[in-house]
Design a protein around this ligand. Structure first.
Ligand code: GLN
Length: 310
């Protein structure tokens, strides 16, 4: 693994001169303030080494990458019963699509689209206040990343709440269908705040270790997620983690990955590495344009793929 740092440096240099960088999300006004020039990447390997390049220490809004952590918490809390309230199939639709929900009777297609993640937030809210639930989510991520400095960007959370009509529509529809135990505004309070968690690539790659090296955690010391649940989350990342761009990401990168509209992507090489990449410019389906390109090059140069090396 000695050349990994050199490969990351090369990729960061290549990304710095790319002129096609995608477009920064504007529907959450606070995200529109971020420069598309940023690029960062960090990799944590099985031996615990952290390799990084570019803006890897700069915090960004993790947005939908949070959905894999809240899903993990819900699986630990409710186990297989989660799958009664949310499906496990690719949606083939945009992340904030409304049309599918009615056809599916308020059972979102998977937990990585907005509708599904809102149901997961509702599961985590059981017997707790929204603020206690948000604290637990943050504590879970801090523990996984081994970094108590990780925090919520309140400006982003407010910005999302102020412009969150689409998510409100999703939540109200799910509630009307009988699949939300709490009022929509309470559930969304959790959802908006989890999306507003700010992390650097280094912190995110460290948190992603729970999906890459689950067996390695000593269950008595730190067991964020069981191996069985890690496998389920990885499978969902591969099939659904990039919304209607999931098939292309799986075929070009060949790794489970979860994107967010802040431009971050968490990618997992099971048993080998946890990778976080960040570049704020998005492609047409809302996934980081350079993030996916960088992962494609890294996976190719390292021979990393869940489908074996080719
Ligand atoms: N907070 C964003 C939203 O709800 C998350 C979407 C995303 O990252 N794809 O619209």
């Amino acid at each position: 693994m000695t050349n990994l740092s050199a490969i990351l440096d090369d990729i960061a240099t290549e990304m710095a001169v790319e002129t096609e960088r995608g477009a920064v999300a504007t529907y959450i006004p606070e995200l529109a303030k971020v420069s598309p020039d940023h690029f960062g990447i960090a990799v944590v390997t099985r031996d615990g080494h952290i390799h990084s390049a570019g803006d890897a220490a700069m915090p960004f809004s993790i947005q939908s990458v949070s959905k894999v952590f809240t899903l993990s918490m819900a699986l630990e809390r409710l186990g297989e019963k989660c799958w009664r309230r949310v499906g496990r199939e690719p949606s083939g639709d945009p992340f904030n699509s409304i049309v599918q929900l009615e056809a599916d009777n308020g059972i979102p297609r998977n937990p990585l689209i907005n509708a599904g993640a809102i149901v997961i937030s509702d599961i985590l809210l059981a017997d707790r206040t929204p603020s206690a639930t948000i604290e637990r989510i943050l504590a879970f991520i801090q523990m996984a990343a081994d970094d108590a400095a990780i925090s919520i960007d309140n400006a982003v959370a407010c910005s999302e709440r102020d412009t969150g009509e689409r998510n409100m529509a999703l939540a109200h529809f799910i509630r009307a269908s009988g699949n939300l135990d709490h009022p929509a505004d309470r559930t969304l309070e959790v959802y908006f705040n989890q999306c507003a968690i700010a992390m650097s690539c280094v912190q995110l790659a460290k948190a992603g270790r729970m999906f890459a090296f689950t067996q390695q955690f000593d269950p008595d010391v730190l067991a964020p997620i069981t191996p069985q649940h890690a496998r389920q989350v990885n499978a969902l990342m591969l099939t659904c983690g990039h919304y209607d761009g999931s098939g292309e990401f799986a075929s070009e990168v060949g790794l489970p990955g979860k994107s967010g509209v802040g431009g971050g992507i968490l990618a997992i090489v099971p048993g080998i590495a946890s990778i976080a990449v960040w570049s704020p410019g998005l492609n047409a389906v809302g996934n980081s344009h350079l993030g996916a390109l960088a992962l494609e090059r890294l996976a190719h140069r390292m021979g990393w793929s869940v489908f074996g090396t080719t």
